[in-house]
Design a protein around this ligand. Structure first.
Ligand code: GDP
Ligand code: MN
Length: 333
């Protein structure tokens, strides 16, 4: 029997090679979704793609929020999809429902007259108001520095070989978007006037190099361009800032979340457009994406890259707001 070989003295060099790779140092960040129990399969599909394209390398945690408790089927179904940490939270109190100064009868009448998508829905309005002013204050997100908002039934077309949270940090970015369609103006008849009032009240809040030019037309009216917030990567201290919170409060008092159907997308967008410097906002033109109704495929992916979509069929440049963005500010990555 040959004796077991003696352990070799390990030089510094060998040690470095034989050590396991250091665990990845994540940012203080999470994937966050508000969903219903009935969204389970759509959520599982989204998670499968996020894990395959990105998160199995980084293991960012997930936070799921709901206005009623998640059931065991939902929790099990979601936990199956990832080895990352997952937490489930309930949205309570003033975060979901009417503020006391909103007239519920007037809100009901407005819903009955609203002949556009989700116009008649009360819960859709609670959702938009929650996403506009509350999600980043939820106890489960209290200490979180960045979030990446996700939704059921979306597609992430491309393999992502870097960490967008780290990218945000290294480049001092505060808001990241990928798609920017035009809003259906019937849902926000008075949002712009209400926003103009706010700008008049707080001229000192406006960022010097802000994005109002991108968000307005020749007459200086809101052009409807909005970051599609079903995907957004955000440094949450922005939403928690006095300036953004004052804007949300100003809008909430005006009642348009209920008397009209203000979406969180134009609200976030106008907040960003007024309060951030253009250099703090990043177009993730490389994160190919689809949310029911529309998507975009990063330019040239037909010939190279790591996407499963066809950039000749779903061009980012089909969207006027993206064309304007690139014309005004370029496409950096
Ligand atoms: P759309 O993207 O504007 O068409 O709106 P969605 O119906 O996709 O809703 C946006 C997100 O909020 C999705 O993740 C939904 O699952 C979630 N959501 C919408 N309404 C409710 C609701 O009443 N309760 C809960 N818990 N989630 C909701
Ligand atoms: Mn959606």
């Amino acid at each position: 029997q040959t004796p077991a070989p003696k352990a070799k003295a390990v030089s510094n060099k060998d040690e470095k090679i034989s050590k396991p790779l250091a665990p990845y140092k994540r940012q203080n960040a999470a994937m966050v979704a508000l969903t219903r129990n009935t969204d389970l399969f759509g959520v599982r599909k989204t998670m499968r793609e996020i894990e395959d394209r990105f998160n199995r390398k980084y293991n960012y945690p997930y936070i799921f929020l709901n206005d009623v408790p998640f059931n065991d089927e939902f929790k099990r179904g979601v936990l199956d999809m990832t080895s990352a940490n997952v937490t489930f939270g309930v949205v309570e109190g003033e975060a979901w429902g009417y503020p006391e100064y909103v007239d519920k009868n007037k809100a009901k009448e407005a819903r009955e007259k609203a002949d556009y998508i989700n116009g008649g829905s009360e819960s859709y309005r609670f959702m938009c108001r929650f996403q506009s002013g509350y999600v980043f204050r939820h106890p489960l997100l209290k200490d979180l520095e960045y979030y990446w908002r996700i939704e059921p039934d979306v597609h992430y077309y491309c393999d992502l070989d870097y960490d967008p949270f780290l990218f945000m940090k290294e480049n001092n970015l505060i808001y990241g978007f990928n798609m920017a369609p035009n809003e259906y103006m019937k849902t926000i008849p008075t949002l712009w006037d209400t926003t103009k009032e706010f700008m008049k009240k707080h001229p000192g809040y406006m960022a010097e190099n802000n994005l109002i030019k991108w968000a307005t037309d020749k007459e200086g009216e809101y052009n409807g361009c909005h970051f599609w917030t079903n995907f957004e990567i955000v440094k949450l201290s922005f939403y928690r800032s006095k300036e953004y919170m004052d804007y949300f409060e100003h809008l909430d008092r005006a009642g348009g979340f209920f008397y009209e159907r203000w979406g969180d997308a134009p609200v976030h967008t106008l907040g960003v457009a007024m309060l951030l410097d253009q250099k703090q906002v990043h177009y993730f033109g490389d994160i190919g994406y689809y949310h029911p109704a529309m998507g975009f495929c990063p330019t040239d992916s037909r010939k190279k890259g790591k996407c499963v979509c066809d950039s000749d069929k779903e061009k980012a440049e089909n969207y006027g707001c993206i064309r304007d963005w690139i014309k005004m500010y370029g496409d950096k990555k």
